[in-house]
Design a protein. Structure first.
Lengths: 181, 156
């Protein structure tokens, strides 16, 4: 049952990704891309990564789509009668090469939930977090314990990067926006 | 080429307004839940902050971007992002004042008997969530406002 679900989901995500590349009309592409993000969010939830799924649903499917739609509303959209984009031969060749390389590495990946998955390559570290997170930090979600506790300095860096990127965008694009009374 | 910043992309729609009126409280509650409960359940303040920010985006889409920006009183958005960064930094610096390491949460328990947990909660709830929510709203409003390209003399 769950394999059927994963298969259908995979087909949906693949179709949405191809459609995103193929469609010519920008509005169509944005909507299809949102569908792709939503499919990926379901995929992450299926792979037992609810944190990543929530981020993908909120940022990928929600905020990014809104920002793109807004940009589209602010610019001029090219009217077109063609449904799909013309095929760009050099791009297809490059993409084909990349696809072959990536498919070649696919066989090296461990199966989902396998004992020899990457997480177990460094058992001293992963096991330390799993065994001690609650005693050390007092929070039940080990992900939060690692993000805000053990790796707090990294999170601080990320938070500052998000803040600086936001401020830089405001300054570069239009510094008047928030001073208008 | 640029359309007028005030050009009306807003269309008043009963369907969208009613839907947002019903959905927004639930979305906001879910965002707050993820933020405040992120220490014990999947999710966390990044996801929570993003959802809180998206709720404002939803309201802006339904009821018009200009009224929403006026309602948010302009500086609220920047204050959220800057305040979050300040809270994160201050919580990290307090242990340093007493000779411990930056962001050394166990310090609070040793020094004042405050559970280590609250150090993590403080940077998650008071730091990361406001930053993400503020930046998401800021990006939205700045793009919605349009880009004013001023004529600048090359000699300047």
């Amino acid at each position: 049952m769950s394999e059927l679900f994963a298969g259908v989901l995979f087909a949906f995500v693949l179709a949405a990704a191809l459609a995103t590349a193929a469609f010519r009309d920008t509005l169509t592409v944005i909507v299809v891309f949102a569908a792709y993000s939503l499919g990926m969010a379901l995929f992450y939830a299926f792979l037992l990564a609810p944190d990543v799924a929530m981020t993908e649903a909120a940022i990928g499917a929600g905020v990014t789509t809104l920002l793109l739609l807004l940009t589209l509303a602010k610019t001029v959209r090219e009217d077109t009668d063609r449904l799909v984009e013309r095929v760009n031969i050099p791009a297809v060749v490059v993409f084909g090469g990349l696809l072959v390389v990536m498919l070649a590495t696919l066989g090296e990946f461990p199966a989902v939930g396998a004992d020899d998955a990457m997480a177990w390559y460094n058992p001293e570290v992963t096991q330390h977090y799993i065994a001690n997170a609650y005693d050390d930090t007092g929070v039940k979600n080990a992900v939060t314990a690692v993000l805000a506790g053990y790796r707090g300095f990294d999170t601080f860096g990320e938070a500052v990067v998000v803040f600086s990127a936001g401020v830089a965008t405001l300054i570069v694009l239009n510094k008047e926006v928030f001073t208008r009374e | 080429m640029r359309l007028d910043a005030e050009s009306d992309t807003y269309t008043e729609s009963q369907i969208i307004m009613t839907t947002v009126r019903i959905v927004a409280p639930f979305a906001l509650t879910y965002g707050l839940f993820l933020t405040f409960h992120g220490a014990d359940t999947p999710g966390g303040s990044f996801q929570g902050g993003a959802i809180i920010g998206s709720t404002i985006l939803m309201i802006a889409f339904a009821f018009g971007i200009e009224p929403t920006r006026d309602w948010l009183a302009n500086r609220t958005v920047v204050a959220l992002a800057a305040g979050g960064t300040a809270v994160f930094t201050i919580v990290g610096l307090i242990p340093m004042l007493y000779g411990d390491n930056f962001l050394a949460h166990p310090f609070f328990e040793e020094q004042w008997g405050i559970d280590t947990k609250w150090g993590l909660e403080a940077i998650e709830i008071g730091g990361v969530a406001p930053i993400v929510a503020g930046v998401v709203m800021g990006m939205f409003f700045v793009i919605a406002a349009g880009f004013v390209v001023e004529e600048v003399d090359v000699d300047d």
